[in-house]
Design a protein around this ligand. Structure first.
Ligand code: FMN
Ligand code: SF4
Length: 430
């Protein structure tokens, strides 16, 4: 199979059928074993499913890495209220392109994961919230849901188990902030997509004010495999604290960018050199953003020994986030790169919190001033000062997401800033 690149270093569990269009039909999905884990889950019972997911050590793939089984166990038992499952398919973090591929190639894998999760938390309705721009992907998903309903794999008395679960595909309007879990719930309810103050957390007061669990697409896609094979099976890959496999979205200056499913703890150097065929055209590595645009930038020396698991990336000075690895060679002007990110966050800020609304806008203006050849060294102090005040002071972490690349780039790539400031000439930025 030639999905665009496949490496022999991969462990393809979730991505096994990438590149095979027959896998997205119900017939193809059933031939691939889809929907058998749901029946097994019901035979096991809710608590045993949650225990297996806890045993597996699966951690949320939406960015924060929170243990999934533990999150599910926060849902109340016998609350007497409707419970909901939300699947977060809003995937808008710059550099991230895994969830759309999981849906595009194997939608029934995700649907089965949603059904098992919904069953485990006592929900009779699962909502899959798709990013507004995912026209093709959301229609593939909607078609898969329709097929599964028609054959009794979703809906009333699923596969004769006596369990009723509905699945609704909801398409957002294309706002990055609707990927934040409570903004997503507001958006689903027909309100403005703005994050809510927490607590209360969704397990207590979530969608429509009811107990709700929200998980990322990749998290839920892993669940049928864990139920089918057991939590210990999943632990054969990865590290003690970061078990399992993870889809790494590699973009930027490598010879073979793409999605690669690898055991957590895989060395970053081997990802770039062996899996992705090295930095493009013999250029040198300058920097890597390892987890999507909201995490600190690593310089080439920090990448040398970086282990791609939640703890490993932290000890190298950044965060794994959603494992969106953006590789930059020595031709990259880091200031331009950071400016593009700041511009994105300023555009996507929902505007509720003053440090975020004002901070993202001012940081973007200062960076533009430096790129316009009108910057001063004092601007760098101002950027650090402003971004420090934007950290930990807002309703959600979008604000912190700007601080991380700005501060890390000023610390590690100060020379890029100083060169622009000293040159004093306008630099174009796309
Ligand atoms: C600004 C912002 C954007 C986010 N965007 C996404 C997203 O597109 N997809 C996603 O799964 N999680 C996103 N998250 C994280 C979610 O809030 C939530 O933690 C996640 O869906 C939980 O799923 P998990 O436990 O399976 O990781 C975002 C968070 C923030 C603060
Ligand atoms: S931090 Fe920014 S995006 Fe998040 S709630 Fe506040 S204003 Fe909105």
């Amino acid at each position: 199979m030639a999905y665009p690149y496949v490496s022999d270093r991969e462990v393809r569990i979730l991505s096994k059928h990438f590149g095979d269009p027959t896998a997205r039909t119900l017939t193809g999905a059933l031939a691939n074993g889809r929907y058998s884990a749901f029946k097994k889950a019901v035979d096991m019972g809710r608590d045993a499913v949650i225990d297996q997911v806890k045993t597996s050590g699966l951690r949320g793939r939406g960015g924060a890495g929170f243990p999934t089984g533990v999150k599910w166990s926060f849902m109340p038992k016998d609350s007497g209220k409707p419970h909901y499952l939300c699947c977060n398919a809003d995937e808008s973090e710059p550099g991230t392109f895994k969830d759309r591929e999981l849906i595009r190639w194997d939608p029934h894998q995700l649907i089965e994961g949603c059904l098992i999760a919904a069953y485990a938390i006592g929900a009779e309705h699962a909502y899959i919230y798709c990013r507004g721009e995912f026209f093709e992907v959301s229609s593939i998903l909607a078609q898969a849901v329709e097929e599964a309903y028609a054959k009794g794999y979703i809906g009333k008395d699923i596969q004769g188990t006596g369990v009723d679960i509905d699945v609704t595909v909801h398409i957002g309007a294309g706002a990055y902030i609707c990927g934040e879990e409570t903004a997503l719930m507001n958006s689903l309810e027909g309100r403005r997509g703005q994050p809510r103050v927490k607590p209360p957390f969704p397990a207590a007061v979530g969608l429509f004010g009811m107990p709700t669990t929200i998980n990322n697409v990749e998290t839920l896609a892993a669940v049928p495999h864990i139920v089918e094979n057991g939590g210990d099976w999943y632990r054969q890959w990865g590290t003690e604290k970061s078990p399992g496999t993870k889809l790494f979205c590699v973009s930027g200056h490598v010879n073979r960018p793409g999605n690669y499913e690898l055991p957590l703890g895989f060395p970053m150097k081997e990802l770039i050199e062996d899996v992705c065929g090295g930095v493009r055209d013999g250029h040198e590595l300058k920097a890597v953003i390892p987890g999507g645009s909201s995490v600190p930038i690593l310089d080439a020396a920090e990448c040398e020994s970086c282990s791609l698991d939640y703890e490993g990336v932290v000890s190298s000075g950044s965060m794994l986030g959603c494992a969106s690895v953006i590789v930059m060679d020595e031709t990259t002007d880091i200031v331009k790169q950071v400016y593009r990110m700041a511009y994105f966050y300023a555009h996507e800020s929902c505007g509720q919190c003053t440090p975020c609304r004002e901070g993202t806008a001012w940081v973007t203006k200062i960076l533009k001033r430096i790129l316009d050849g009108r910057g001063t060294e004092e601007d760098l102090d101002t950027l650090v000062d402003v971004t420090t005040k934007m950290t930990g002071t807002t309703i959600c972490v979008l604000s912190d997401s700007v601080a991380a690349p700005v501060q890390s780039s000023i610390t590690k790539f100060r020379d890029d800033y100083l060169a622009l400031i000293r040159r004093g000439e306008r630099v174009g930025v796309a």
